[in-house]
Design a protein around this ligand. Sequence first.
Ligand code: ZN
Length: 426
Amino acid sequence: MEEMPKEDLQKMQYKLLKSLVYRLYSFSPFYHERMKEEKVHPDDIRALADVKKLPFMFKRDLRDNYPDKIFTATQDDLVRYHVSSGTTGKPTVVGYTQNDLNLWTTSLARGLTSIGLGRGDVIQVSYGYGLFTGGLGMHYGAERIGATVLPTSVGNTERQIELMQDLGATAIACTPSYLLHIGEVAAKMGVDIKKDTKLRAGILGAEPWTDGMRTRIQDWLGIKAYDIYGTSELSGPMYTECTEQKGFHIWSDIALAEIIDPKTGEQLEPGEKGELTVTMLQKEALPMIRFRIGDITVIDDEQCPCGRTHPRIQRIQGRVDDMLIIRGINVFPSQVEYALMAIPEVGQHFQIIVERKGALDDMLVQVELNRESFSDKITDLMQTQQKVEHRMRNSLNVNVDVELVEPGSLPRFEGKSKKVIDKRSL
Ligand SMILES: [Zn+2]
């Protein structure tokens, strides 16, 4: 399946799409109405490219139909619920049939295999277990490939480090910010992850991070750091990078990915940057058609050197709703991270604070310094500050105030980190 010729994959996608659309049009009042509004009938889907005739779905469709009004399976057929807490208003609920769980697990099993994990590995799952999809999703994927799961979940970091050593964890799955936290706590305990543990891979996701951060994590902890992607509406974490570390393979038999212009909704070509939109081709309980995830990225349709023919999605560069507009210029927090990680004096943590003073937006970036670079000499600090401000201005095209802060002084997060404080919306 993973190395099937592209043309055959696309033929398979077309067949799956066609039967999905017929099923939803016939049996789901929600999708039936949506398609009627858009004046599209299942007979209009005559080629894979016709997917662009279908209406979009948004996260609000799940919220508006809380908890399960658009499910296409009855509760008898559901074997699990996951619930994601909305930042505003109602949470969203996702239901899974046994087949839905099997596909999710298969997808992750392929991903974990593609980074060289399998029987004999001990995978420490430090994503939250429970209503959040990260922990349980990774858990079943890791068991499927014959690895031994160490289900530590989030928190109690010192114990996590002891267990990592005692049970010989070879891989860890968590958010990149939590792995940084683990590295710092380990150092305080006198444990060098590089020398004192068997850890060789990190499967890091649930928040956007950059290649600069990857290099730092790899050099510091002596592991390979892989990106993983997914969102609860589509099942949970589902797609990982392969050993090439150049974007995650999105399995064509499971999902049809498109990149669209977030403003016009027009489909963009491979290589063009836009909003990731996904159709889940085989889901039973909550199929999603052209779901607008809100993540900004690029599809890479070139053949991957690993031999897998399924397209790759480049690392997420930001979210449509994360995009800050500072004095008319689009700024993504990932750009700030990218610029900062190229400066050796800078540590791993930063925070962006946006304020409106009068009619103008002001952006302040608080940056932790490395312990080695933190100096009492004002002149040294001023030099570093100028260097950081200069780098920011060059890469963001907007003036940014920089405040250098002591190592360890910015807030740490065990789950998703909060890098932006936008006081304009308060
Ligand atoms: Zn590959």
